[in-house]
Write a protein that binds this ligand. Structure first.
Ligand code: BV8
Ligand code: ZN
Length: 265
């Protein structure tokens, strides 16, 4: 299938308007226009000399818990300070317009929830759900000490109030399995949908990166929104080259006109 770079074609608009079941997969690029650096953007400050893949591992946390906890706490504080953009709101509008919609995100922020999306499945966990590494109990984020305002740095992970074990970030690290239920739901949704929308992901991290292929092999129309080429270009039926905050609203307007319309029948 030819891919339409830069073009929101009539064919694509009709596929979206007629879609019975739209599944969206989002990555760090979806949060970029809200001010959250993408996962592979150059790291800043204390972590400039580490790659995210090095830090987002159980081994890094075991070797230097304060370095890794400090990184996540800084990211959590940043995630608390950002707001959804027009692209997040456009996905909420798609969810209102099509008969069935599901969104799976690799992101660990809560921007989709803030934008009003009812059901968001986090494939890689959440910055807002730290838990005890020993007994697994969820930690009360509100009770966590605020991160120091100075340049983000090492912070000793707090202790679990129930068992005294060390808290850990509530994310899925490299080498850790994704939540089984979430992955199963994503695989099933990808296999059943008729339009799969991949937004803002480099399509490098598995098993999430395998989802568009599952959809394509099941006959779905695969649409990618990303300013840069990715491994998905070869699979997608439509490659819209540009930022999510610009192209998603444009896609929704082309399909259903501007402004919020009636919820789906
Ligand atoms: C696992 C949470 C097995 C932490 C993350 C094959 C099969 C299975 C596994 C593997 C495999 N090959 C290799 C593996 C291992 C590994 C993997 O995939 N490695 C890669 C690097 C090759 N996978 C795993 O380890 C997974 N676990 O498979 O376990 C297992 C099973 C049973 C028992 C034991 C073990 C776990 C993967 C999850 C890791 N955790 N995050 C944290 O956030 O700190 S992954 C991390 O990468 C983030 O979640 C991020 O979301 C994700 C993917 O990155 P992207 O979202 O794509 O972000 P990125 O920066 O890369 O790209 C941003 C994109 O946005 C770019 O394309 C850019 O052009 C675009 N963009 C920029 N601006 C915009 C934009 N797009 C739109 N609009 C814009 N404005
Ligand atoms: Zn505990």
């Amino acid at each position: 299938m030819p891919s339409d770079r830069d073009l929101i074609s009539d064919v694509l608009v009709r596929r979206l308007r007629e879609a019975r079941y739209v599944v969206a997969l989002t990555g760090a690029g979806m949060s970029a226009e809200s001010g959250v650096p993408t996962f592979r953007d150059a790291q800043e400050g204390l972590w400039a000399r580490y790659s995210p893949e090095q830090l987002a591992t159980p081994e890094a946390f075991a070797a230097d818990p304060a370095l890794v906890w400090g990184w996540y706490d800084w990211r959590r504080q940043l995630a608390l300070s950002v707001r959804p953009h027009a692209g997040h709101r456009a996905l909420v509008e798609v969810a209102r317009r099509v008969p069935r919609f599901a969104l799976f995100t690799q992101n660990v922020d809560d921007l989709h929830e803030q934008a009003g999306l009812a059901a968001v499945v986090h494939l890689h966990g959440s910055l807002h759900a730290p838990r005890c590494g020993t007994c697994g109990r969820a930690a009360d984020v509100a009770a966590l000490p605020p991160a120091p305002s100075r340049e983000p740095g090492r912070i000793e992970p707090p202790r679990c109030l129930a068992c005294g074990g060390r808290l850990r970030p509530g994310v899925v690290w490299f080498g850790e399995p994704l939540p089984a239920e979430a992955l199963q739901a994503a695989m099933q949704a990808a296999g059943e949908c008729d339009l799969f929308l991949s937004v803002g992901t480099s399509s490098l991290v598995y098993p999430a990166a395998g989802l568009p292929g599952v959809a394509s092999r099941a006959g779905a129309c695969v649409v990618q929104v990303n300013p840069a080429p990715t491994a998905l270009d070869a699979v997608a039926d439509f490659n819209l080259a540009g930022p999510a905050g610009v192209l998603l609203p444009r896609l929704v307007e082309a399909a259903w006109g501007a402004g919020p319309g009636p919820p789906r029948a």
